[in-house]
Design a protein around this ligand. Structure first.
Ligand code: PBG
Length: 326
């Protein structure tokens, strides 16, 4: 009988040995917490398909952000849900609109010690629920939409966003926004580009949270087709060329291969969005007692980091930060 010389188990024997050779770090500083703020509600409203998440009032938003920040998470992605929607989505660029008001109060509270990112899209603001303005045939008109996106970017920058996060998948959106920000004197405001955003079933719960399910059709005419990875790399390269500061792959778990390739091929700062449906799956299993929530969440977030994400947007941010520092 010959015994093995290589014994990988030697380095697995104790927690200290395992920590010594661990390849991937997960810490609160890697996490970005998405938050929803809704106009005109007296109390926060629970989101039923995302247990533990709320549509916030301005007041509860401030408390939640402070609580998350106290656990070491330093960045937030903010979504506004307006009281009034219209065909164009004009509340999105209203300086007094709910997202801009929320950015101002958070910027006052948190200053420059934290990073405020504003989701930049129209679907929460249009009465039809699409991410842009429609042409006569009901298709999203790319260039007419860009004209609206640049107004939103400037309104968000004026309200104190450190970065804007264009998420509508219009062609040329990053370049148009970069140019408009620079022209308005906001060359210091960054762009976290939702660069490879797939037309995914995993956004379901978000559409309850942000009240933005399309009233007809779907988003397959502008978001990416899930089978396409080469195209995702082209989208990511295009956004880098247009001036993106961070590029994102979304969702995370079904697209870890895309994330890995994008990191290997670009070495650019990469974010991954662990989306609402990914959160809901884990929460549902945990609430049924079918999974150990803490272990499963930390395993998932670590796997997204291992696949190449520098940053992970996740609704688990608050809990995960607590577990990671406990
Ligand atoms: C669009 C947007 C969406 C998400 C983030 N930004 C929804 C969509 O494209 O339908 C989804 C995020 C999630 O599911 O957690 N503004």
């Amino acid at each position: 009988m010959t015994f093995p010389r290589q014994r990988p188990r030697r380095l697995r024997r104790t927690p200290a040995l395992r920590a010594l050779v661990r390849e991937t770090d997960l810490a609160p500083r890697h996490l970005i917490a998405p938050l929803f703020v809704k106009e005109g509600i007296p109390e926060p409203v629970p989101i039923s398909s995302m247990p533990g998440q709320l549509q916030h009032t301005l007041e509860s938003l401030r408390k939640e952000a402070a609580e998350i920040a106290s656990r070491g998470v330093s960045a937030f992605m903010l979504f506004g849900v307006p009281e009034r929607k219209d065909f164009e989505g004009s509340e999105a660029w209203n300086p007094g609109g709910i997202a801009q008001r929320a950015l101002r109060v958070l910027r006052d509270d948190l200053g420059n010690d934290h990073v405020l990112i504003a989701d930049l899209c129209l679907d929460e603001y249009t009465d039809h629920g699409h991410c842009g303005v429609l042409d006569e045939e009901g298709h999203v008109d790319n260039d007419a939409t860009l004209e609206r996106y640049v107004r939103i970017a400037v309104a968000q920058a004026e309200a104190g966003a450190h970065m804007v996060g264009p998420s509508g998948m219009m062609d040329g959106q990053v370049g148009a926004i970069r140019e408009a920000l620079d022209a308005a004197g906001f060359e210091r405001v960054g762009i976290m580009a939702y660069a490879a955003k797939f037309a995914s079933a995993f956004y379901g719960p978000f559409r309850e949270a942000a009240e933005c399910a399309p009233r007809f059709g779907d988003r397959a005419g502008y978001q990416m087709d899930p089978p396409n990875a080469d195209e995702a790399i082209r989208e990511i390269r295009a956004d880098i060329d247009q001036g993106a500061d961070v590029v994102m792959v979304k969702p995370a778990l079904p697209y870890l291969d895309v994330l890995r390739r994008a990191k290997d091929e670009t070495r650019f700062p990469m974010a991954a969005y662990n989306v609402s449906g990914e959160y809901a799956m884990l929460k549902a299993a945990a609430l049924n007692g079918w999974l150990d929530e803490r272990k499963a969440v930390l395993e998932v977030l670590t796997s997204i980091r291992r696949a190449g994400a520098d940053l992970v947007l996740t609704y688990h941010a608050r809990d995960a930060a607590e577990w990671l520092t406990a």
